[in-house]
Ligand binder design. Structure first.
Ligand code: SF4
Ligand code: SF4
Length: 620
């Protein structure tokens, strides 16, 4: 779909939108003035769409350096009276949490929505934390949409609620809701306000202890108001299909509940909660008083289940409560209609039928996650490995980080030993260097370095750590879809901006050994890594070459494409290209002949430096 339609399509018309695209339309219909993010799946498309539309829509948009900075920018805009929208993947809220907690105390003037895209089953994440708990921790209202139409409509609801109670509003989507497509009926786009005005009131905005104590009390009072709204609002609604069971559900799980209940004629009442924090106590108390059994269906943590248990206990309501805590439903991972059906069958006498899915006898090829053909990270890993082998270093620890290069975990490189979070490779690398006598080589990408690697490097230098940091500068934030990184001379609105020199930054921190290499020159890169590995203290090598997706698109624009082939007369079948280099374009025929697939080869030519027989040549 042409993304311009998200801005230009008229009120009353319908578009078939991703949940993430619907969030943008909802923000534009709400007159959002300021939007910020650090890209992270499953929320990345929201930023990609804003990046294309913001200028035309008159909205300020930025890909911020990290989620904390993104939230701080949005909080400032809301303090100045603008409507602001900040969005991130679920673990991004951990990065933003310090400022997020204070924003809840200080409150807002213009409406502020913080969207967190959770990832049940961890399709692209290191954990499946349930960020609904953050709403409770911080004390902010929580909205849980279940489809793209709701995502769009709840943006407007959320901004109005935020302005009514002067609190930021957290919206929790999940991968399924963010990436689901659905028909969305459009409303009217509202023009944004270009500039706000910040009225100085330090007692209101600076949470020194005397102010913070007052602010906490005010925040709890605001939440009481929101709870009244949650008890009465139409977005918390019930459906009546019978009396045998009460189901309380929210978000993406609601879709599975409705499918299963309708398909199997389950005699149930369904309470769909959308404004789920503060939990609507009166509404839920009435609902569970009308049934003898209740099943709470939610992804991931038993957050609502614990609320329902406490309401039943508080009001002594004689009702059986089922969910995750009695193992009626699984505690972890994303739900499916069949998981929900099995859970319902455990607590009702009613028989249900397993879903019949469309089956095909086509066997799809297995696609393990690997570095792309032409990926500069492969060349970096190859060169570092050769340098380590040459120096005969044993038990080298390779802390890694979050980005495409985490794929260095795969054989034959196996150079990813420890990973906690964005930027952790340098902090943990310094820790290993103090805690062991092993050599440490930390790998981090350019965007991740600016995101959270900088404090780790300052710490490593200041505390005299002994490690080599390899900053893999591929000139973009590649893994989430090539959003600009601060090392590029372009920003999220497509404007020319200052390019931040990683080399200058690293030198400014006080690192003595700082060199930049092009990993496509394998020999030179290997020599540089060898010298860096001999250094004591912190050394940094910036391995700089654009992501293969960037060079590919440039080649496409120039309509100039070279691929490589193997001269079978020279090839000795030594298998170095297959076993040590592992570019996915290489394959072995049944007769043992080694070949390069011209459809996969990206023409980088680096493999010509790997082959000892000079058997790899440009395809004529
Ligand atoms: S590295 Fe060269 S000689 Fe060895 S298998 Fe590959 S193409 Fe043949
Ligand atoms: S030139 Fe060689 S390394 Fe580069 S993509 Fe083609 S086969 Fe792979």
């Amino acid at each position: 779909m042409n993304v311009e339609k998200i801005l230009l399509e008229e009120e009353g018309r319908k578009l078939f939108l991703l949940g993430n695209e619907a969030a943008v339309r909802g923000a534009l219909e709400s007159g959002v003035s300021f939007a910020s993010t650090y890209p992270g799946t499953p929320s990345s498309e929201i930023g990609n769409v804003f990046s294309k539309l913001a200028k035309k829509a008159g909205v300020y948009f930025e890909f911020s350096t990290n989620e904390k900075v993104a939230l701080e920018g949005s909080a400032a805009a809301a303090a100045a009276g603008l409507r602001s929208f900040v969005f991130m993947k679920h673990v991004g809220l951990n990065v933003a949490a310090d400022s997020f907690m204070s924003t809840a105390y200080i409150g807002v003037n213009g409406g502020m929505i913080i969207l967190t895209a959770d990832d049940p089953s961890m399709y692209s994440s290191q954990n499946e934390q349930d960020n609904r708990i953050y709403a409770r921790l911080a004390g902010v209202p929580l909205l849980e949409p279940s489809n793209p139409q709701e995502v769009k409509d709840l943006m407007k609801f959320g901004f109005e609620l935020s302005e009514q109670v002067k609190l930021p509003v957290l919206m929790r989507t999940t991968t399924r809701v963010s990436h689901m497509r659905g028909i969305v009926k459009l409303g009217k786009i509202q023009f944004p306000v270009s500039k706000g005005f910040f009225k100085k009131e330090p007692n209101k905005y600076v949470p020194v202890p005397a102010n913070a104590r007052r602010m906490h009390k005010e925040m709890r009072e605001k939440l009481e108001k929101v709870e009244e709204i949650a008890n009465a609002t139409e977005i918390n609604k019930s459906y009546d299909f019978g009396d045998e069971l009460g189901i309380i559900t929210s978000g993406g799980a609601f879709n599975y509940v409705m499918d299963v209940v309708r398909e199997n004629n389950i005699p149930a009442k369904v309470l769909k909660l959308t404004l789920t924090y503060p939990f609507p106590e009166v509404l839920v108390k009435d609902f569970i008083s009308k049934v003898s059994k209740v099943l709470i269906i939610e992804e991931v943590e038993p957050v609502m289940e614990q609320e329902v248990l406490s309401i039943a206990g508080k009001y002594k309501i004689p009702v059986d409560i089922h969910g995750k805590l009695d193992s009626s439903l699984p505690r972890i991972y994303e739900y499916t209609p069949d998981i929900v059906r099995e859970g319902i069958e455990k607590v009702v006498s009613h028989k249900t039928e397993k879903r019949r899915y469309f089956k095909t006898n086509v066997t799809l090829p297995v696609r393990p996650p690997i570095l792309c053909p032409g990926c500069p990270h492969r060349a970096t890993y190859f060169a570092v490995k050769k340098a380590v082998e040459k120096l005969n270093l044993k038990n080298v620890i390779f802390p890694t980080d979050i980005g495409c290069y985490t794929l260095g975990i795969q054989p034959p490189y196996e150079m990813a030993d420890y990973l906690l979070s964005m930027g952790s490779s340098i902090g943990t690398g310094a820790g290993f260097s103090h805690a062991t006598n092993q050599k440490v080589v930390s790998f981090i990408g350019d965007s991740t370095f600016f995101h959270a690697g900088l404090p780790g490097l300052v710490n490593a230098v200041h505390n005299k750590a002994n490690l080599l940091v390899v900053i893999m500068d591929n000139r973009t934030t590649a893994m989430t879809g090539r959003q600009p990184s601060p090392s590029e001379p372009i920003n999220g609105m497509g404007e020319e901006v200052p390019e931040i020199s990683i080399e200058n930054v690293v030198k400014g921190i006080g690192v003595k050994f700082v060199e930049t290499v092009d990993p496509y020159n394998l020999k030179k890169a290997e020599d540089t890594f060898e010298r860096a590995l001999k250094e004591e203290g912190v050394s940094v090598v910036i391995s700089k070459h654009p992501c293969a997706l960037i060079t590919d698109s440039e080649k496409r624009k120039r309509n100039f494409w070279v691929t490589f082939t193997i001269n079978q007369e020279k090839c000795t079948k030594c298998m170095i290209c297959i076993n040590e280099w592992t570019c996915p374009a290489f394959y072995v025929e049944k007769d043992g002949t080694v070949k390069i697939d011209p459809l996969i080869c990206d023409g980088c030519g680096v493999c010509t430096q790997v082959c000892p027989e000079n058997a790899i040549e440009v395809r004529k």
